[in-house]
Ligand binder design. Structure first.
Ligand SMILES: Nc1ncnc2c1ncn2[C@@H]1O[C@H](COP(=O)(O)OP(=O)(O)O)[C@@H](O)[C@H]1O
Ligand SMILES: [Mg+2]
Length: 338
């Protein structure tokens, strides 16, 4: 007799239209009942339009009825809130004292590094003031959904992305929202987006230590925080503020990343510290967390981000940062037997 597991495996071939992740990975499969030659499958209808449900019903029926010994498959839909559906192992928030220091870049690279080492990853772009995540990943499609939820967009390498920018009528529309509204919107991204099963959700926080980042930390089960800064920050005060906020919330700082640390000039084989000496060690001490590394100002990186190809980036500095990050994450993440 066909087992429940075999049915589940065949459902893993059914990709949900719009997001292109499988029913199983989006955790939409609620129940499988095999009795003799008949199978009844219960799926969550979250974020699925009538048309999407019809398509999935047909597809699921076909793949399951193809299993040897199965005569007929019945597909039923039930309403489930996305927040009850989602299984997210770790929420990592990326924070900075101010804007323009490369916070979104570090959030993006963190997701890329985790995806490359085989994890399932999503990015929640909570930075309404400058949502650069979709641009870096070359995403401009409008997310699909229904009145029961929203589906994220999948990047080229398979990272789930959700951003306010993707929901605006025009990509360039300025968003002038007040703190409480931003907080509410972020909460909705947590509760109403069908993220499904993820090892990591990276949250690109709005800059600073005001209301919006505070709400994220209160509402989302953040497991660790990465703090980004540049050597031009005049004092450690900003980092200390971020650290003290993290501590007040009882959230561990995973580490600190220094961006735009230097510019390497190949012709003279020299690193020029445009914004002054590195503050990495000093910041790490202030945060009582590891220094995860320095990223240079890299024209290649800037070009890839502009082209929407951040997923193609490679450099020694990035590799070193990714390694330090993995080791910091292994402190908070229970080892997964994959
Ligand atoms: N190390 C770097 N090398 C090259 N370009 C960078 C680097 N860091 C950031 N940038 C560029 O600077 C801009 C601002 O970075 P971003 O990550 O959006 O900052 P923030 O999120 O802190 O406001 C982006 O266009 C990004 O491509
Ligand atoms: Mg940003």
């Amino acid at each position: 007799m066909v087992t429940e597991e075999q049915v589940r495996q065949s459902l893993d071939e059914v990709l949900v239209p719009g997001v292109k992740r499988s029913l199983v990975m989006l955790n939409l499969v609620r129940q499988i009942k095999v009795s003799g030659q008949e199978v009844t499958i219960t799926l969550a209808s979250s974020a699925l339009s009538e048309a999407a449900q019809d398509w999935i019903r047909g597809k699921a029926k076909t793949v399951v009825e193809d299993l040897p010994g199965i005569d007929s498959a019945r597909v039923e839909f039930v309403g489930v809130r996305p927040v009850e559906l989602n299984q997210i192992q770790n929420v990592i928030a990326v924070m900075s004292g101010k804007g323009g220091v490369g916070k979104s870049l570090v959030a993006g690279l963190t997701a890329v590094a985790l995806k490359r080492q085989g994890s399932e990853v999503g990015i929640l772009d909570a930075d309404i003031t400058g949502p650069s995540i979709p641009k870096m990943f070359g995403i401009s499609e409008r997310p699909s959904g229904s009145n029961t939820g929203i589906l994220p967009i999948l990047s080229r390498s398979g990272i789930e992305v959700m951003s306010f920018n993707l929901l605006l009528p025009q990509e360039d529309d300025a968003v002038i929202w007040r703190g409480p509204l931003i907080s509410k919107a972020i909460t909705q991204f947590w509760e109403e987006v069908v993220w499904g099963k993820l090892d990591y959700l990276i949250v690109d926080l709005p800059p600073g230590t005001a209301d919006a980042p505070l709400t994220v930390m209160q509402t989302l089960p953040v497991s660790g925080i990465i703090i980004v800064f540049t050597p031009q920050d005049l004092t450690t005060m900003i980092v200390k503020k971020a650290v003290s906020m993290a501590q007040k919330m009882g959230k561990p700082v995973l580490g600190v990343v220094e961006n735009m640390s230097y510019l390497y000039i190949a012709e003279i084989d020299k690193r020029v510290e445009l914004f002054g000496k590195s503050k990495g060690e000093e910041m790490a001490r202030a945060a009582n967390a590891p220094f995860l590394g320095q990223l240079p100002i890299d024209p290649e990186l800037a070009r890839l981000c502009d082209e929407g190809n951040i997923e193609r980036y490679n450099s020694d500095a990035f590799t070193a940062m990714a390694q330090a990050l993995m080791s910091a994450l292994s402190q908070i993440t229970p080892a997964k037997g994959k």
